[in-house]
Design a protein around this ligand. Sequence first.
Ligand SMILES: CC(C)(COP(=O)(O)OP(=O)(O)OC[C@H]1O[C@@H](n2cnc3c(N)ncnc32)[C@H](O)[C@@H]1OP(=O)(O)O)[C@@H](O)C(=O)NCCC(=O)NCCS
Length: 164
Amino acid sequence: MNSGARETFVQTAADGTEFCRLTLDDVPAMLAIEQVSYSHPWSEGVLGDCFSDQYEVWGLVQQGQLLGYAIILWQFEEVHLLNLCVAPTHRGFGLGRRLLRYVIARSLLRPCEQILLEVRASNREAYRLYLSEGFEEVGLRKGYYPAPGGREDARVMVLKHPVG
Ligand SMILES: CC(C)(COP(=O)(O)OP(=O)(O)OC[C@H]1O[C@@H](n2cnc3c(N)ncnc32)[C@H](O)[C@@H]1OP(=O)(O)O)[C@@H](O)C(=O)NCCC(=O)NCCS
């Protein structure tokens, strides 16, 4: 588990946003975004569990304020994108795409055959984003997500990296 000061990796010139490797200290800010973003948000405990081996939690931060985050899990030579979320007040300005591209760039730093993710069948915004970055829909997990009044399917999407 890691906690304490964030590590900053990239300073972007135009708007002062930075990519940071988040720590356990960021869980309250993540939770606040999570709770206004999803019908079934992750709990503080689930978010906290992501600060352990094999996970990477990246945030976009502006003047100390967390604007969005991405959580990935390394599983052998595959990256599983578990969560990608931008604060509602900051959506539509390209931050989600930047976070996703950062995840793709991270996945190229180690042997990685593909990035895998699940997205709610009703989540058109995220689906369009993933398609536009080269992800392909490869399957459906029936009733994967809890939903108001029942369950909802997940589309399974993959971005394959060139081999060799
Ligand atoms: C999905 C999400 C991360 C996108 O973040 P964002 O910062 O608003 O996205 P961007 O501004 O980078 O937009 C990237 C692309 O997403 C798609 N998109 C974003 N908002 C959209 C909307 N309201 N309607 C349709 N497509 C949309 C578009 O393809 C857009 O590209 P374009 O602007 O060239 O058309 C954000 O909506 C979010 O946090 N949603 C709640 C959490 C969530 O559902 N996460 C995904 C879990 S799988």
